[in-house]
Write a protein that binds this ligand. Sequence first.
Ligand SMILES: Nc1ncnc2c1ncn2[C@@H]1O[C@H](COP(=O)(O)OP(=O)(O)OP(=O)(O)O)[C@@H](O)[C@H]1O
Length: 230
Amino acid sequence: MRFRVEGLDQHYGSAQVLRRVGFEVPPGECVAVLGRNGAGKTTLLKCLMGVLPATRGRVLVDETEITGWSSYRRSAAGLAYVPQGREIFSELTVGENIDAAARAHGTFGTATVEDTIALFPILKQMWRRPGGALSGGQQQQLAIARALVTRPSLLILDEPTEGIQPNLVAAIRDVLASFKGKISLLLVEQYLDFALSLADAFVVLSRGGVIEAGRTESSSRELLSRHIAI
Ligand SMILES: Nc1ncnc2c1ncn2[C@@H]1O[C@H](COP(=O)(O)OP(=O)(O)OP(=O)(O)O)[C@@H](O)[C@H]1O
């Protein structure tokens, strides 16, 4: 899937939060969206997923414009979203969280679900526990697994390392790295080393606008860290 954003604006009331944001995620690549707190990163992802309407601009999947589509329709078209804070169903068990996503996308009982669970052994162990009983890092793994069982073409993640212990950060990184070249990844991340270890390209947002963009291999870590310093 080639994912493209063109001239996206978003307002909260009279406050403009996104300004002419544009970038592309080529098939199988990982693009990191970097920026300070309040730069507009979460708002951007919500617009891309159809959780918030954009006030101007276009979102395209291959050559199909999806700007006005509902979240449900975007999800059916291959977009999956791991929101900040995970938003798992805390009253449902781990298994029920996974099964609900798989049933909604026609993958229930398929190898996709088996293969996904195999990536996160802890989820198998915790299968009958309520989602709310998991640690933050385990919930993050559940949220990623729940997105992956939908068999997405583009996985959108909002700060997957936030508040997570280092060994689980490494485990999550390895899982995401194993999907490179297979599905596209759009990653909002404040943890620069994590982002750079996965991203082929980056976009830096400041006050809702793109102030820097490029290929990761031809950019300096120092320049990027200056942009995302809090
Ligand atoms: N529901 C809302 N109503 C009004 N303003 C909002 C709302 N949500 C966010 N904002 C404002 O929009 C701007 C962008 O917020 P956003 O959460 O998208 O930034 P962010 O880059 O994701 O920051 P963080 O890293 O802190 O999550 C901020 O100034 C924020 O205060």
